[in-house]
Ligand binder design. Structure first.
Ligand SMILES: *[C@@H]1O[C@H](CO)[C@@H](O)[C@H](O)[C@H]1NC(C)=O
Ligand SMILES: *[C@@H]1O[C@H](CO)[C@@H](O)[C@H](O)[C@H]1NC(C)=O
Length: 380
C-alpha cells in the first residue's frame, strides 16, 4: 500500500490523479479520513480501484472460472450465517454463456454473498432452475436438498418427475419440462410447477446444458397455449422459470470462500446509502476488522439480473386477485426480450467478465470499505 501511495504522489503533484471531487466529498465525511485528508483519500481510492496484484489474480481466477465448464459458484446471503447444513448448501453456477442472474425471491436493488473458490467445493447435485430444494426429502423422509419433492408440495405427477434426472440429452429435459407438469389440484386452470418437479443432475455442466436448452425453448409457445397463458405459467414466482440455477454443494468452510460480492443491476458504481446489501457487507467487514479477523476481497458484480423470473417482468398478483395463489408478470414483453437479449449475447460468445466483475480492494487485512459505513449511518 505504502509503495502505491508513494508512486501516486508525483502524479498527484502534477494534478493528474487527484481523487474525484465526489469521492473527496464523501471521504471528507468519513471519520477515518477527515483528519488526514489526501493520503487517506488516496489510500481509499487505491483500495477501491483494486490495483494490487492479488486483486488482478482474483479477477483472473474469476474470469477463468466463468469460462470453464463448471462455472463460478456463488452464494447469495450473509457471509457467515450459521454452520453449514449436512444436507448441502444452495448456490448458483455463473457462466459466461448464461444470464448473469443471482438468487432472489422478490425483486432486489442489490444483493451480497460469497464467491466460492473455483474447484474447491464439492457438488452434490444441480438443478437447471430454482429447485425448491428446501421442500425435498430422501427415501426415509429426512430433509435432503437432492431428494424428491415432499408430498403435498407438488402434484403427484410433479413429485414423480422429481429426484434424479435420467435424460439422454439436454433437449430431452427441455421437452419433458416445457410447461409441464401442470398442477390442476386447486384450480381448473393449471400452472407450471417446474421448480418443485425438476429432477436434479449429478454435475453442473449437465444442469447448465439443460438450463440453456429450456431457456431457448421458452422463446416459443408450448403446444395449445396462448402467449398470455405462457407468460403466466412461465413467470409465476416460486414455481416456474428463473434466470439462475441452483447448485447444491457439499458443506464448505470459510477457507473455501474466495471473496465476498456486492451485486446490483446497473453499471459499475459506488454504493449509495440506500444499498441495503452494500451496507450489511460494510458492517460485516467493519466488525471483522474490529475483531482482528481476516476479511475477504470484495468483488462488485454489475449488470446482474435481480428479479424473478426476469428483469422488468414486474410480477404482481393479478387484479382482481386470482383464485390461483401466486403472482404473474404484468409486462407482456419481458420474457421474450430478456431471452432474446441473452441469445444475442450468446451468439457473441457470452458476456465479458471485465464488464461485470471488478475488485474493490483485495487487502486481506483491512476493511475494504471503511467509508461506506459512514454513508449508511448518515444516509448521505
Ligand atoms: C398454463 O398453461 C396451460 C397449458 O397451456 C393452460 O391450460 C393454463 O391455463 C395456463 N395457466 C395460466 C395460469 O394461465
Ligand atoms: C437510492 O438512492 C439514489 C440516490 O442516492 C436514488 O437515485 C435511488 O432511486 C434510490 N433507490 C431506492 C430503491 O430508493
Amino acid at each position: 500500500m505504502a509503495f502505491l501511495i508513494v508512486a501516486l504522489l508525483p502524479l498527484l503533484a502534477r494534478g493528474d490523479t487527484a481523487p474525484s471531487p465526489t469521492l473527496k466529498a464523501r471521504l471528507a465525511q468519513d471519520d477515518e479520513c477527515s483528519a488526514r485528508s489526501d493520503d487517506c483519500a488516496l489510500e481509499a481510492l487505491q483500495r477501491r480501484t483494486g490495483t494490487t496484484q492479488s486483486a488482478d489474480a482474483l479477477l483472473q481466477e474469476i474470469s477463468t472460472a466463468l469460462g470453464s465448464d463448471d462455472g463460478l459458484l456463488v452464494r447469495v446471503g450473509a457471509p457467515y450465517d450459521g454452520p453449514p447444513s449436512n444436507s448441502g448448501v444452495s448456490a448458483s453456477a455463473l457462466r459466461r454463456d448464461l444470464p448473469l442472474a443471482l438468487y432472489v425471491f422478490k425483486k432486489r436493488a442489490d444483493v451480497m454473498g460469497q464467491i466460492l473458490q473455483p474447484g474447491k467445493v464439492g457438488v452434490r447435485c444441480a438443478y437447471p432452475f430454482d429447485g425448491n430444494s428446501n421442500t425435498r426429502q430422501d427415501d426415509e423422509g429426512h430433509r435432503d436438498k437432492c431428494g424428491k419433492t415432499k408430498p403435498m408440495v407438488a402434484s403427484e405427477a410433479g413429485i414423480k418427475m422429481s429426484g434424479s434426472c435420467s435424460f439422454s440429452s439436454a433437449e430431452e429435459f427441455a421437452q419433458a419440462y416445457f410447461n409441464k407438469p401442470q398442477n390442476t389440484d386447486f384450480s381448473t386452470s393449471g400452472w407450471w410447477e417446474l421448480d418443485s418437479a425438476s429432477c436434479h443432475f449429478q454435475n453442473v455442466p449437465d444442469a447448465i446444458a439443460a438450463q440453456k436448452a429450456l431457456l431457448k425453448l421458452s422463446r416459443s409457445l408450448p403446444p395449445d397455449t396462448t402467449s398470455a397463458e405462457w407468460l403466466r405459467n412461465a413467470s409465476r414466482v416460486g414455481f416456474a422459470l428463473t434466470a439462475f440455477n441452483e447448485v447444491i454443494t457439499a458443506p464448505f468452510g470459510n477457507s473455501e470462500v474466495a471473496a465476498l460480492f456486492w451485486a446490483h443491476a446497473g453499471p459499475f458504481r459506488d454504493p449509495v446509502a440506500n444499498d441495503t446489501s452494500a451496507c450489511s457487507l460494510a458492517d460485516f467487514l467493519s466488525k471483522a476488522r474490529d475483531l482482528g479477523k481476516d476479511t475477504y476481497p470484495i468483488v462488485e458484480i454489475a449488470g446482474a439480473a435481480l428479479e424473478r423470473p426476469f428483469p422488468g417482468c414486474d410480477t404482481k398478483t393479478e387484479d382482481p386477485p386470482s383464485s390461483v395463489p401466486g403472482i404473474y408478470a404484468t409486462n407482456p414483453t419481458c420474457l421474450q426480450s430478456f431471452l432474446g437479449e441473452w441469445e444475442e449475447t450468446l451468439q457473441g460468445g457470452g458476456y465479458s467478465p471485465a464488464k461485470h466483475f471488478r475488485t474493490l480492494g483485495a487487502d486481506q487485512q483491512q476493511t475494504n470499505w471503511p467509508w461506506i459505513i459512514v454513508l449508511c449511518k448518515t444516509g448521505l
